[in-house]
Design a binder for this molecule. Sequence first.
Ligand code: GLY
Length: 400
Amino acid sequence: MPQKQANGYTILTVQPTLPQPIDLMTEPIESIEVSLGDRSYPIWISTGLTESAEQPHFAKYFRAAVGDCTHVVLIHDAAVSNTIASRVEQQLDQAGIRITNVSIPSGETSKSVSMLDSIWNTMLESGTDRRSVVIAVGGGVVGDLAGFAAASFTRGLRFVQVPTTLLSMVDSSVGGKTGINLPGGKNMVGSFWQPQMVWIDTQSLSTLPDRDFISGMAEVIKYGVIEDAEFFSWLQDKAARLIEKDAETLRYAIRKSCESKARVVAEDERETSGRRAILNYGHTFAHAIEATAGYGVCLHGEAVSIGMQMAAHLAIDMELCDRSLLEEQTAVLSAAKLPLAWKDADPEKMLPVMSRDKKVLHGKLRFVLPDRIGHVAMVGDVPSEKVIAAILACRDEPKG
Ligand code: GLY
């Protein structure tokens, strides 16, 4: 409380309300903790809990996660302005929180320096201060962009992720990677900035276009290949059912994926030991596909699916695994209706992009390659002829 002094001045004591542990466990919601010491945070997973204005679940969990808050910068994908973003806004408004709304055009091209500049200026003009909280509502593009705005404005604001696409629910919203693209390289500028909570409401997936939903399946399947063989065999049974968006099956797949991601991030938050790099299985190829096709032409998950196929071909050529791994991976990816090949794959264009990849260390390319389902290794000194052969092997859809 401000204290009035005899001389007329008021002494302000800054005592922020601390986040509170949630003890109201009556809602149908699941949680996973990302264990990072004093930066640990929960991932909440539910279906339909953001909908109701009468029961403001989101506002309650938000308060519990961030503590004091009188101003929010709500950065959302224009595609969800009238759905989940407006529900979040309504609940925060009812809770007496001032809201600055920032709508971002859908698509990878929004992850740019100019968009970030415009967000910074809106934040400045709207009186954003160090106790404001940034909330990202949308897919990976909005999460990465808003996260970097939160990390950089006044050297760091609290941040909450509300992912609305499958890909952002299972990957980009968890683990604190934020950033933007440069014309010559994806995610080249950014920082690690962990959110205070991740709020997943699978209801958002019901309005997600099929192509985007399926694209997210690539990251789900990735977890099975890199570190969870049991989950991979579950996917062998359930991939086809998953793309019908059955709520319970989906929540299970999202939970398993987030558990995988949380485990890896807890072991290597800043990708220094090599453990976190396993999450980039297929991504060195995928980033080169996306950059050479032009950002936004090939969806990220589609590129990851093709990239995983290229990586499996490379692993076979390097004698790390046999063809059965590729066959099993192919079967699950195609059950999820993901692309397996890219007819324009051009090693001459892709290799220069790959040499700028963040996995390059001391000028040497490294790849995350599987040696069995559920296990991958970081492999260096890969001859470029083998990389070229792996790219060319995925120009045509596999036969049979
Ligand atoms: N998407 C890879 C990572 O978060 O490390």
